[in-house]
Design a protein around this ligand. Structure first.
Ligand SMILES: *Cc1c(COP(=O)(O)O)cnc(C)c1O
Length: 454
């Protein structure tokens, strides 16, 4: 058994963590995870408690669902059973020249659950890769037309405040000033940006002045589209919720309006539902609330309930047929494409998602988050408190007001794991959390917000 000391030093000196240097800041060690709980082994110094230089075990609620993925909790019996069954059958085979029941069943399920009109599925191994594939599909679609003037349609339209992943194509459509990728200006493909979408006032517990109306926003989009449509292949957005780019919510009507405008200007529409998919905002997909079907849709994260890395790109029949009869093959094929273990777990996770939506879990959690986060509204340093489905956000007045370590430690002392960043303290708890557990997560968020410096 490796000692805790050895884990800590190897991790610090040799292992890269997300968005971190090497050697990096201390990380907390996960020793177990069950239901909505993580067991963490933490340096007591981090918690700023009395006992010095000791390691303490903390049993904490995971307010993050491991970055949206573990929506049904850890060691979920249904997902464990699906995993065991598939491991005892076979865990992985290549997908070139071979197929298998877990892949076809999951493809069929995804197409049944997704907005009507999506027709074909490309499986890949992570969200960022699914965005790469979606963009490749969009570009290849236009290249597949005999009218060569359409081959100039190679740029992407998006809006500021988005997040689509960390490989180079997704980076090009992330918020250009959001901080994550500013180092790469001049390297990543220049794309066309609309302003940040106006906030959905109804999600805010203390709505500010109206930023701009949907009508004004769409008029601006129309102007950009009329000028640039000749070079635009697709518009890529996160519908209803902008996640890691700023945890902002906008109205479904805006998404619907923008989709209609794009269609009118011959620009394809890509929905990145990697974060919003599988019931997080209340409907199975955010697209359902928008009452529209994109040409291409990316799903990931909760697709396997956080068990394995997997994502999928869904496309309309028009996309699939135009590419296949025009330029022919879609030249993409990740080694672990349609991994059988991931597909089998994904199939089971889809059934859990359907049940969670039928039971109204996101609506229940939304109600409890609104109740529990109200206490943050009047704290010094808090700029906004907002809730959409099973997502709760406390935004501080500026990044300078948030000491991430102090906020994280305050939440841990309340028994809650959060990962605040920039000016944001937020949660997207597992759907299996009880009302009392959501109340605890809210107490953790409020305690984190109380560390704000103003
Ligand atoms: C997380 C995320 C991605 C990237 O997915 P990875 O699996 O981390 O590559 C892309 N888009 C959205 C909206 C996400 O939330």
């Amino acid at each position: 058994m490796t000692s805790v000391d050895a884990i800590v030093t190897t991790d610090r000196d040799h292992v890269w963590h997300p968005y971190s240097p090497v050697p990096g800041p201390p990380q907390h060690i996960v020793t177990a995870a069950e239901g909505p709980y993580l067991t963490l082994n933490i340096d007591s110094g981090f918690l700023q408690e009395e006992t010095q230089n000791a390691r303490v075990d903390c049993h904490v609620l995971d307010g993050m669902s491991s970055w949206w993925a573990a929506a049904y909790g850890y060691r979920n019996p249904t997902l464990d059973a699906a995993a065991h069954h598939q491991i005892d059958t076979f865990s992985h085979v290549m997908f070139g020249g071979l197929t298998h029941e877990p892949a076809t069943t999951l493809a069929h399920t995804l197409l049944t659950l997704a907005p009507a009109g999506l027709h074909s599925v490309f499986f890949c191994d992570s969200g960022s890769v699914s965005v790469e594939v979606a963009v490749k599909m969009a570009l290849q679609y236009w290249r597949s037309h005999t009218d060569t003037s359409l081959h100039r349609k190679t740029q992407l339209l998006t809006w500021r405040g988005g997040y689509h992943g960390d490989t180079f194509t997704p980076m090009s459509v992330c918020d250009p000033e959001g901080g994550m990728h500013t180092l790469w200006q001049g390297i990543v493909q220049p794309q066309v940006f609309l302003p940040v979408p106006p906030a959905d006032q109804e999600t805010s517990l203390r709505p500010g002045p109206l930023e701009s109306s949907i009508g004004e926003y769409l008029a601006e989009a129309e102007r950009v589209l009329s000028q640039r449509a000749g070079t635009l292949a697709a518009c890529i957005i996160e519908p209803v919720v902008q996640g890691a780019g700023g945890m902002r919510f906008h109205q479904p009507e805006l998404v619907r309006g923008l989709t209609e405008l794009c269609r009118r200007h011959q620009v394809l529409v890509i929905f990145d539902e990697i974060a919003t998919g599988f019931g997080r905002t209340g409907t199975l997909f955010a697209a359902d609330a928008c009452r529209c079907t994109p040409d291409i849709m990316c799903v990931g994260k909760a697709l396997t309930g956080g068990y394995l890395t997997a994502a999928a790109v869904l496309a309309t029949r028009d996309i699939a047929e135009t590419i296949s009869t025009g330029t022919g093959a879609l030249m993409h094929g990740p080694t672990f494409m349609a991994n059988p273990l991931a597909c089998a777990i994904g199939q089971a996770a889809c059934s859990l998602a359907v049940t969670a939506v039928e039971e109204g879990q996101a609506a229940r959690i939304e109600r409890e988050l609104r109740r529990g986060l109200a206490a943050a509204c009047d704290l010094p340093g808090v700029a906004d408190v907002r809730v959409k489905g099973a997502i709760g956000v406390i935004q501080l007045v500026s990044p300078a007001a948030l000491n991430c370590d102090a906020a994280t430690a305050a939440a841990l002392r309340e028994g809650v794991w959060l990962r605040p960043f920039r000016d944001l303290i937020y949660c997207m708890p597992p759907f299996i959390c009880s009302d009392e557990q959501i109340a605890t997560i809210c107490r953790g968020m409020v305690a984190a917000a109380q560390t704000a410096t103003v």
